[in-house]
Design a protein around this ligand. Structure first.
Ligand code: ATP
Length: 655
């Protein structure tokens, strides 16, 4: 019977557009997606069993942050529950006085003390509520702040290899949703405690009046509880079905307002496909929503009917108790009041437990993220590094990315002498960026050793290694901050130093970029904000270069630093890099512009993760059929080519 009420939600029908654009439903590849509809997979009882553990985890966090506020909060809630019991007892006393024999005025006078008690109890309850609100208001932000900052500090310290590992990255990312849950966990927990105490108080008073009255309470409450669970589950089902469509329509319509999609939206008429897809998906989603709404209405009706029948049975039992004189009329009146308030309490209890359960899953993710971040944190402390210019050496270094089958670096040995320009050259995917990150101490080798000033990076104080490195990565961050902050973030531990910022900008040829901005140093250089403006690719590259220079580190690692620069700026940038060695800076340069590597002191050529050649430009050019020479000549030939020249062959791969 009623199997249609408990069957799982139907999969939504895919619109033709979703099939065409996404080859199915557009589901997120995100850790939180698995929690979209937790209530669909769990029963009310399995949730109830986990309830103590959930409460304990919130209580632990609260105890850590402010034990006093927690104790005040619990005491206030307990007091509120007791006041509920007193209210029922006072109500009973009032009813006894009113239903007793005698003149009305005498009965009212008899009821007066109990009425006074009820009023005093209500006043006390209001005061305790205020105390509870104040204590939780004090506790909530403290818990949230402490848990959130622990999470972000953990992320900031975690090894880069953990971040690039898809699995651990997902787990760390999932923690983000946990920090949002902390606040609601606390308020839901308080609500649960509050209603449980209220229910226990009501049941206790009813038990004193007559044990059968407790049974009546349970009878009415049970279908209400079932109804509330069923409705909540239905709502989740509706939301989860709706989510796929919302996501798909959002994705499609978002493109219409994006400037970079604009040219194709207009010229290729992609806009027509997108708006048509929206209409198609919206129609399917509306049908699905309607179907679920009907189902929800059915559930509601069934819950109300069952509750009505239960109420009839309970009130019948009450009537029988009165008929046979088992309870006085006043007790029956108190029972009716208790049952009505308790069933309302119960409905809110179910809602709070549901919410608590969902939030606790997110909180469990946060615990996992903490644990993961702490286990994979970059160790603090270690061997200190000798001061002065930096020399980096690696011996038989192999490295593979987490989960990758192939080695990104295979037994690489090289030397980056202090105060020299060393270039890493090779085709796409040959391992240059990976090698640079190992030399900077960002990744630890899977095998082999990296030495910075003679100290093995594994044993070195990694903070000291990072302190000596300035990076300009290929995909360096475009911080959504002011132009000033975008440079200052290169050495954030220093007090903001405008002179040093301007000097770095001058050296990187970025001063003219800042001068052209409407709010100069105060301009936010990512669009979409007040005072914001969009920089061109080349302008960004100069800002990134200024940031790296502002760091004033003895080892500068630059990965394709000129890919977006115009020819004049590019030549100047390479000359500036060269001149940095004058003050002892070691420069590690990764570039495909081989004209620039010609002036490097030393060139390492990588091919499929191995060093296949090394030497100066002149030495490498003497190698007939050498890898470097082939690449260099191919590039040089580009400029000598006339339209009728044949396409150049690819270089022969080296093993
Ligand atoms: N985060 C990562 N996870 C897994 N594999 C990666 C990751 N980053 C790079 N790789 C792989 O490691 C290999 C070397 O990549 P790397 O970026 O070091 O090459 P590169 O020589 O710098 O290439 P390019 O000239 O295109 O910048 C490639 O096969 C690449 O697919």
């Amino acid at each position: 019977m009623f199997t249609w009420l408990s069957r799982p939600p139907q999969q939504s029908t895919l619109s033709d557009s979703e099939q065409l654009l996404f080859s199915g439903a557009l589901r997120h590849d995100k850790a939180w997606a698995q929690y979209e509809n937790p209530l669909l997979r769990v029963s009310f009882w399995s949730m109830a069993k986990q309830f103590p553990a959930m409460m304990a985890s919130v209580a632990r966090a609260a105890w850590r942050e402010d034990p006093r506020a927690l104790l005040v909060l619990l005491a206030a809630e307990l007091g509120i529950g007791l006041m509920r019991a007193f209210t029922l007892v006072a109500t009973n006393q009032v009813l006894i006085a009113i239903f007793s024999a005698g003149p009305t005025t005498d009965r009212l006078l008899d009821a007066a003390p109990a009425l006074g008690t009820a009023a005093a109890v209500t006043a006390a309850s209001s005061m305790l509520s205020a105390v509870s609100v104040a204590a939780s208001g004090r506790l909530e932000p403290k818990i949230e702040r402490a848990c959130t900052s622990r999470y972000y500090r953990g992320l900031a310290r975690v090894e880069l290899a953990t971040l690039v590992n898809k699995e651990t990255q997902r787990a760390l990312d999932a923690g983000r949703y946990g920090i949002r849950s902390i606040r609601s966990m606390l308020s839901s927990s308080i609500q649960v405690i509050n209603t449980v105490i209220g229910l226990v108080a009501a049941a206790g008073v009813l038990l004193l009046l007559h044990p059968v009255l407790v049974l009546a309470l349970l009878l009415i409450a049970a279908p209400k509880a079932w109804g509330a669970v069923a409705v909540v589950r239905r709502n989740y089902a509706s939301r989860s079905v709706w989510l796929d469509h919302v996501r798909a329509t959002d994705m499609v319509t978002y493109q219409l307002s994006r400037p970079d999609a604009g040219p194709e939206v207009k010229a290729h008429r992609a806009g027509e496909l997108l708006t048509g897809a929206y209409e198609d998906m919206a129609a399917t989603a509306a049908l699905e929503k309607q179907r679920l709404a009907y189902a929800e209405a059915g559930t509601d009706l069934m819950a109300s009917a069952m509750s009505g029948v239960a109420a009839l049975v309970s009130y019948g039992a009450l009537w029988a108790l009165l008929w046979f004189g088992a309870i006085p009329l006043a007790a029956a009146g108190t029972a009716v009041v208790a049952v009505r308030t308790s069933s309302q309490n119960l409905a809110s209890l179910v809602m709070s437990v549901n919410r608590l359960y969902e939030e606790s899953m997110y909180l469990a993710d946060l615990e996992t993220a903490y644990e993961l971040a702490e286990r994979n944190a970059i160790p603090a402390g270690g061997l200190s590094l000798p001061q002065g210019p930096v020399e980096v050496r690696c011996e038989k270094v192999s490295f593979s990315y987490p989960g990758a089958e192939q080695l990104a670096l295979d037994e690489v040995s090289l030397m980056v002498p202090a105060g020299k320009v060393v270039a890493l050259v090779g085709e796409n995917g040959s391992g240059k960026t990976t090698l640079a990150k190992l030399l900077a101490g960002l990744y630890l080798p899977t095998q082999g050793q990296v030495f910075v000033n003679g100290v093995d990076v594994r044993e070195a104080d990694r903070d000291a290694v990072f302190d000596r490195v300035a990076l300009l990565c290929q995909d360096f961050p475009h911080w959504p901050m002011t132009a000033r902050a975008n440079i200052h973030i290169g050495r954030p531990e220093l007090d903001l130093d405008q002179e040093r910022i301007e000097q770095a900008a001058r050296e990187a040829d970025a001063l003219s970029v800042v001068d052209s901005l409407p709010d100069r140093w105060e301009s936010i250089i990512v669009s979409g904000f007040e005072r914001s403006t969009q920089l061109s690719g080349g302008q960004w590259q100069r800002m990134g270069s200024a940031r790296a220079r502002y760091r004033r580190a003895p080892l500068l690692i630059v990965d394709e630093p000129t890919s977006a620069l115009d020819p004049r700026a590019e030549i100047e940038a390479f000359q500036a890099l060269r001149s940095m060695t004058d003050n002892g800076t070691t420069v590690l340069l990764i570039t495909h512009r081989l004209a620039a590597t010609a002036t490097a002191d030393l060139i390492y050529v990588l091919d499929r993760g191995r060093v296949v050649e090394h030497g100066s430009h002149a030495e490498l050019m003497t190698l007939t059929d050498g890898h470097y020479r082939t690449l260099y000549e191919m590039q040089a030939a580009q400029y000598a080519r006339t339209p009728s020249s044949p396409v150049l062959p690819r270089p022969t791969p080296h093993s």
